[in-house]
Design a protein around this ligand. Structure first.
Ligand code: HSE
Length: 310
């Protein structure tokens, strides 16, 4: 098979919500991600080839990558089909954008093999079909940073009015992942559908300030803004020792810390790698004392998003 008939990708994880922007804010991770290989086939349609790493459904109607790919192929007339191999390194149900990585990777790879009829921003719409099945709601806060890189804001999830935000250079993320599975579908089901006005006021104050802090590289303002008055009070109950972890992270020097996406992973943002590592050690101690298996990751902000591997 010729090189142009195949594409290999690094499709990264992401942190959604960032405490103050439920369903609208996200940033892209760097070393954490899946490897996907997409190949043209003479057989029409899209199907799953090899799966490695974490187990995934091979039925195209149940696999997030093929669901997203089908949404794209419904709009473009492709003279060939596609086979998708996934080395799934982001554990599903970890809170670091496993389904978004699969959905975004599939549409990005197929779009490239078709000669790029769509921009990465336009691809979000197709990838949403996969995300909607994974979480029971169509939200682009993981997909946008994966496809555009860096920090992103989704002004509207219906019209997909998405804005790429600037990236303060010194930010480093620490992610701790307790080895329990929390499905987005379930952690969304416990949320209230109304928000008291007082909490809403605090939240939109924080969200506006967070975005401003990214533009002005105001780390103190960023720190004050990373608070969640709407979602965390409910979801934190699903995460072992959440309050202790967050306090440990802040005491070790993190600018802010909260639930990564729908959990159970917890993220912290720090200024510089040294502080991010100290934060990681403090967070790990909480889970080591509890004898709870966990993984720890460090990441700069990935400003590029999905990468083509050669
Ligand atoms: N905004 C979504 C949620 C992200 O918190 O449910 C899921 O990864």
């Amino acid at each position: 098979m010729e090189a142009k008939d195949q594409i290999k990708l690094f499709t990264p994880g992401s942190v959604a919500n960032i405490s103050c922007g439920f369903d609208v804010l996200g940033f892209c991770l760097d070393p954490i991600g899946d490897i996907m290989k997409i190949s043209k086939t003479s057989k029409p349609g899209v199907h799953i080839g090899q799966i490695s790493g974490e187990p995934l459904p091979t039925d195209p109607k149940k696999n997030i990558a093929t669901i997203a790919a089908e949404a794209l192929l419904e709009e473009v007339n492709s003279p060939f089909g596609f086979s998708i191999d996934i080395d799934k390194r982001i554990k599903p149900g970890s809170g670091i954008g496993s389904s978004a990585a699969s959905a975004a990777g599939a549409v990005f790879g197929i779009n490239k093999l078709l000669g790029s009829p769509y921009s990465n921003k336009e691809l979000i719409r197709f990838a949403m079909a996969g995300e909607a099945v994974a979480s029971g709601a169509a939200h682009a806060d993981n997909l946008a940073p994966v496809l555009l890189g860096g920090f992103t804001l989704v002004r509207c999830n219906e019209t997909l009015d998405v804005i790429k935000l600037p990236n303060p250079k010194e930010l480093v993320a620490t992610i701790i992942h307790p080895q329990i599975e929390l499905k987005t579908l379930h952690s969304r089901a416990i949320l209230k559908t109304t928000v008291p006005l007082k909490n809403a006021i605090q939240q939109w104050g924080n969200l506006g300030a967070f975005v401003s802090a990214l533009y002005t590289e105001d780390y103190d303002l960023l720190s004050r803004s990373m608070q969640d008055h709407v979602i965390e009070p409910y979801r934190s109950m699903l995460i072992p020792k959440f309050k202790d972890l967050r306090n440990a992270a802040l005491q070790a020097g993190a600018l802010g810390s909260g639930i990564s996406g729908s959990g159970p992973s917890i993220f912290a943002l720090s200024k510089g790698l040294e502080t991010a590592k100290a934060v990681g050690m403090a967070m790990e101690k909480v889970y080591t004392d509890l004898d709870l298996a966990h993984q720890i990751h460090y990441s700069v902000i990935n400003t590029e998003g999905i990468k083509i591997l050669h």
